[in-house]
Design a binder for this molecule. Structure first.
Ligand SMILES: Cc1cc2nc3c(=O)[nH]c(=O)nc-3n(C[C@H](O)[C@H](O)[C@H](O)COP(=O)(O)OP(=O)(O)OC[C@H]3O[C@@H](n4cnc5c(N)ncnc54)[C@H](O)[C@@H]3O)c2cc1C
Length: 459
């Protein structure tokens, strides 16, 4: 349908101010954190309520117009990249947050930033369990649609592990509540979890109810520096094998540290790093930090430091915080990969990544929430052309190895546009290609006209 016939209808539905067709804005929305593909939408619609989402979807469904739900566009694999001729529905005006301490629940609208939800919970001595590195920009709706994880993944899992209920609008505009703000519910097929991680291909999530957890009162940070990258990975595994479930257990290799020192003016030992946060009552905290330091030393750390001083802790974390911005600043084109392996396979996969980096002559640094087996290869390129000749083949080989090791092509970033072929590869390796047919069947049942975020997860 042409924009001349769609735009007046949309404006009539939710007001002219909320329907944006200004070319500069359309250009801005064509960008996401995935730089490989870019497409301008037909229009951007800003929604303030579930009712407005419902009206817009009903209209789009009746006219067969593609719809791309959008939070902040921080998906690194193209999930929020507009489709040709689509309406982008921007949910960020929907920002309500309500903490219900008595029931251990927070309710948040889809456009609230994850970090805002966490800050609101902390006013009551609680916190939001999931903390993606992008929490200041990632929205609740985006995090749900991607099943986002983060630093505290080894302890609390991903969005699907903390979500109790969601409100969704189906492609035809019907509003459904799935799950409920209670800690237990056993009522047949679990449709809520079907929508979590569905990357906007089944409907629009307008709000969610989540478990909250007490904010830790005393925390200490251990930082270990390793000469050998495999030893650092082994250190992570050794901690988990001994039953430690730290608040965070992050990994970063010497390639990232060296670059961050150079680009961001930091002064860290140029070695592979493991960062561990332990929360415990004050009287046992130091003993635990000592134990963690001992395990990391025994795994080959050249130097280990720990502190409970908040300023010192922040200083020790600065290099991890700068990892992604460093790559973005150091190279004309960069890409963040994602993989998940069993914890025991961490040393094997980091070795493989070094080999692949040499084979394709491409810079690959490594960061990751390694405590849950999740790593992000950071690829730095001199030009976008190198994406096709070097980076993508290198990443395909790395992801192939994570499948062989019993892992997955994605721990938290999803499939989007970028990983459709890799999803198929993973399913084939598991002898589970039928899964894709089942997914397509579900899509057809819920979205028979195929208007929701076309071209993502599968064609
Ligand atoms: C520097 C950096 C660090 C990152 N760190 C992490 C990390 O630690 N952990 C992690 O998991 N991810 C991380 N990411 C990836 C990304 O930030 C997350 O996937 C995030 O949850 C996306 O949120 P968003 O609001 O930007 O969603 P968008 O990118 O706008 O959308 C993502 C997907 O969700 C859909 N969507 C958005 N809102 C809705 C809705 N209300 N209903 C239905 N579908 C919707 C979109 O259509 C799209 O498919 C990182 C990205 C960057 C750039």
């Amino acid at each position: 349908m042409s924009s001349e016939s769609v735009i007046p209808g949309l404006k009539e539905l939710i007001g002219s101010d909320n329907v944006i067709t200004d070319p500069e804005e359309l250009y801005t929305y064509s960008f996401t954190a995935y730089a490989v593909v870019r497409e301008e939408p037909m229009a951007i619609v800003k929604v303030k309520s579930t009712e407005e989402v419902s009206k817009v979807l009903k209209f789009a469904y009746e006219h067969g117009i593609p719809v791309v739900p959008r939070g902040s566009g921080t998906s690194v694999i193209g999930s929020s990249t507009p489709s040709k001729g689509s309406i982008v529905i921007d949910l960020r005006p929907m920002r309500g947050i309500k903490v219900d301490v008595a029931n251990g629940v927070v309710e948040a609208e889809a456009g609230a930033y994850v970090d805002e939800v966490d800050k609101e919970c902390r006013k009551y001595g609680f916190m939001f369990p999931v903390d993606p590195a992008s929490a200041e920009s990632a929205t609740v709706g985006g995090a749900l649609a991607m099943d986002a994880g983060g630093m505290r993944g080894a302890r609390y899992g991903t969005m699907r592990h903390v979500t109790l209920g969601i409100e969704v609008v189906l492609p035809d505009g019907q509003v459904l509540a799935l799950g409920a703000p209670v800690y237990k519910q056993a009522t047949g097929y679990d449709l809520m979890h079907l929508f979590i991680g569905s990357e906007g291909t089944l409907g629009i999530i307008t709000r969610g109810w989540f478990k909250i957890v007490p904010a830790p009162k005393s925390v200490g940070r251990v930082v270990a520096y390793f000469d050998n990258v495999e030893d650092a990975a082994r250190g992570v595994y050794e901690l988990r094998r001994r039953g430690f479930t730290p608040l965070i257990l992050e990994f970063m290799d010497d390639i990232v540290v060296k670059l961050a020192n150079k680009i961001k003016g930091l002064n860290f030992p140029e070695k592979n790093m493991v960062i561990v946060d332990i929360d415990a009552p004050k009287d046992v905290l130091n003993n635990l930090l000592n134990e963690v330091a001992g395990v990391l030393k025994a795994s080959g750390a050249a130097d280990v430091k720990f502190t409970t001083d908040p300023d010192e802790m922040a200083k020790l974390y600065a290099v991890r915080k700068q990892a992604y911005p460093t790559f973005a600043a150091a190279f004309p084109f960069s890409f963040m990969g994602d993989l998940s392996v069993p914890l025991s396979a961490l040393p094997v996969i980091v070795k493989k990544i070094r080999e692949v980096s040499a084979k394709y002559d491409v810079t690959i640094g490594l960061i990751g929430h390694a405590g849950d087996g999740n790593l992000h290869p950071l690829v730095g390129l001199q030009s976008k052309d190198e994406w096709w000749t070097k980076a993508r083949p290198a990443l395909i080989e790395i992801e192939g190895t994570s499948i062989e090791l019993g892992g997955s092509i994605s721990g938290e970033h999803g499939v989007g546009i970028e990983r459709k072929d890799l999803l198929l590869k993973e399913l084939k390796a598991k002898n589970a290609e039928r899964v894709l047919e089942i997914m397509k069947g579900i899509k057809k049942l819920i979205d028979p006209k195929g208007i929701m975020n076309p071209g993502k997860i599968f064609d």
